[in-house]
Design a protein around this ligand. Structure first.
Ligand code: F6P
Length: 372
């Protein structure tokens, strides 16, 4: 089949994006004789008609490179910032796709992207998506491009923190990415032998975390590693958040200043959560505590072989789907099988860690505390 396709990367970058772009592009050209363009900076490039031609030369030498050669952004087609305004630019994007004679758009993205593309597919642009995020929280697929690399980086960090925590008899609280899902923290905590693992799916009791560290101390193990996801919170905090939300709901419209202040309090609480946790554990256990925030190190650098191969398999499947006329699907992996999950089934859902996941059960059996 000849024809034309566009590719874009959207949302936070993750290792393996270039491997996916390369696989989509090369297989589109070689196996299906298609023309390929890449839009720059996610949906913004589609809106501004900024694109590059992706021929075999442009696709060479990028397999092992981190980030995305196309650039990315967190823009949403229906809420684009244009000047000082937020505008629905879906129509403009569809016009540009049609001007270029695109038969399909391949969007590589996480949960947000799966939702955002519905605006375009709902208005007639055939779409295929690929799931990518270091968070591994895209619904409908067992794994996502970038997760394995980030897991390897975070695990190595937890490994390395052991010797320094041990030498100084300290608690080291290591913050791992993941606002809504704890896959990365759980995986790295389990693989790295963390003593405490705190994830968004399991609100924790501070006193139970402190008690587990104190009993380690009493038995002569005077250091502890606490792996904490960005989005994990104590049970008490959840209650407090609800109070704040109720206050905002009650004041918006009547006292906007108070609503703004309350919102700022809410955000500040979330930002300083890991530091507050370390301070509290220090007070409750009498051990010194330090915080390590891994941050964007987890998203940077060369992708692992697992991510390169996953991206290559998903990318080549994407062009096969398009050539076969199977569109508006996310290319997913389930039990080692490739499948096309309808995007409208994926959109708006999140794959979080189930409470009885084997990683959680095994961690509990080996003495890990979740603080619940
Ligand atoms: O969505 C992936 C992710 O890395 C999350 O784990 C993290 O919370 C978020 O992106 C950070 O986003 P940004 O790079 O926009 O600050």
């Amino acid at each position: 089949m000849a024809g034309s396709i566009g590719i874009l990367t959207a949302g936070g970058d993750s290792p393996g994006l270039n491997a996916a772009i390369r696989a989509i592009g090369k297989s589109a050209i070689r196996a299906h004789g298609m023309n390929v363009v890449g839009f720059l900076d996610g949906f913004r490039g589609l809106m501004q008609n900024r694109y590059v031609r992706l021929d075999e030369d442009a696709l060479s030498g990028i397999l092992t490179i981190g980030g995305t050669i196309l650039g990315t952004s967190r823009d949403k087609p229906h809420r684009m910032t244009v000047g000082d305004e937020r505008m629905d630019m879906t129509g403009v994007m569809l016009d540009h796709a049609s001007l270029l004679g695109l038969d399909a758009l391949v969007a590589i993205g996480g949960g947000g992207t799966q939702k955002n593309v519905l605006r375009l597919s709902g208005r007639g642009l055939p779409i295929i998506t690929l799931p990518k995020t270091i968070d591994n929280d895209v619904w409908g697929t067992d794994t996502t491009v970038g997760f394995d690399t980030a897991l390897t980086i975070a695990t190595e960090a937890v490994d390395r923190l052991h010797s320094t925590a041990h030498s100084h008899h300290r608690i080291i609280v290591v913050e791992i990415m993941g606002h809504n899902a704890g896959w990365l923290t759980l995986g790295a905590g389990l693989a790295g032998g963390a003593d405490v693992i705190l994830i968004p799916e399991i609100p924790y009791h501070l006193d139970r975390v402190a008690t587990s560290i104190s009993s380690r101390k009493a038995s002569g193990r005077t250091f502890s590693i606490v792996a904490v996801a960005e989005g994990s919170r104590p049970v008490e905090y959840r209650i407090h958040q609800q109070e704040l939300r109720d206050r905002i709901a009650a004041t918006v419209g009547s006292d906007r200043d108070l609503a703004e202040r309350t919102l700022a309090q809410l955000r500040a609480g979330a930002l300083s959560h890991t530091t507050n946790l370390a301070r509290s554990l220090e007070e409750l256990t009498g051990l010194e505590a330090r915080v390590t925030i891994l941050g964007h190190v987890q998203r940077g650098g060369t992708p692992s072989s697992v991510d390169r191969n996953l991206a290559t398999v998903l990318g080549t499947a994407a062009t096969r789907f398009i050539a076969d006329g199977v569109v508006d699907r996310m290319v997913a992996v389930h039990n080692n099988e490739l499948l096309g999950v309808p995007i409208d089934e994926v959109a708006g859902r999140r794959k979080i860690v189930p409470p009885d996941h084997p990683w959680i059960r095994s961690a509990r059996c080996t003495g890990v505390t979740f603080g619940d």
